[in-house]
Design a binder for this molecule. Structure first.
Ligand SMILES: Nc1nc2c(c(=O)[nH]1)N[C@H]1C(S)=C(S)[C@@H](COP(=O)(O)O)O[C@H]1N2
Ligand SMILES: [Mo]
Length: 198
């Protein structure tokens, strides 16, 4: 008898038990923010850094920009391939703030106090970014305008929409879904969906 997980894997590119969609579903907990004036918005970089930073919307849009292409995998079972994102690399943000050697985790803070957590080495992967544009269009409010994280190698719940803060932390701080039954790390290729998955 095999009591382990049954991994239905259709290709090496698509993680087990995911279905590819060309749609772009909208998924989140809480309310979509609508900004009347971008002066209401800023992005704070804080915690284990040499320099705390606060970027206005204009300042973020004027940071060095990069194009990224990747696949995203939602824990509810859909994957969307070949997304082209435009934005700022996570490494660039870390460089500007001067992240200290004591930082081990990154906590992404979104509107309404929503957070998600990841190890610093995952945040600092060259594929991790803060995006304002998806497939050539500015993000819609539903998809995270004006700025969202995109951490493509982890389930898509780690990719905080409406990001307002990036905290470099000595300690791990499980976020909204991590406290509500999802896996703390969330590797889609190892199918780490729920807290009890290895
Ligand atoms: N701030 C915030 N970001 C969030 C979420 C959320 O509830 N709040 N949900 C996550 C989940 S579970 C998914 S699958 C993706 C969905 O992004 P999309 O609506 O652009 O497809 O956003 C992630 N980012
Ligand atoms: Mo999700």
């Amino acid at each position: 008898m095999y009591f382990g997980k049954i991994r239905k894997q259709t290709s090496s590119r698509v993680p087990p038990n995911q279905n590819v969609t060309t749609a772009f579903p909208v998924l989140h907990y809480g309310n979509v923010p609508y900004y009347k004036d971008m002066k209401e918005w800023n992005l704070q970089i804080f915690g284990e850094v040499d320099k705390k930073l606060s970027f206005s919307h204009d300042e973020v849009m004027n940071l060095p920009q990069t194009l990224f292409k990747n696949d995203i995998h939602c824990v509810t079972g859909w994957s969307k391939l070949d997304n082209v994102w435009e934005g700022v690399s996570a490494v660039e943000i870390a460089r500007l703030a001067g992240v200290k050697g004591t930082a081990q985790f990154v906590i992404l803070h979104a509107e309404e106090g929503w957070t998600t957590n990841l190890p610093i080495k995952d945040f600092l992967k060259s594929t991790s970014l803060l995006a304002h544009t998806h497939n050539g269009e500015l993000l819609t409010p539903e998809h995270g305008f004006p700025l969202r994280a995109v951490i493509p190698h982890l389930y898509f719940w780690k990719s905080a929409k409406w990001i307002r803060g990036i905290e470099f932390s000595k300690t791990d701080k499980p976020g909204f879904w991590e406290k509500n039954g999802y896996h703390n790390y969330g590797d889609p290729f190892r199918e780490q969906r729920f807290s009890w998955d290895d």
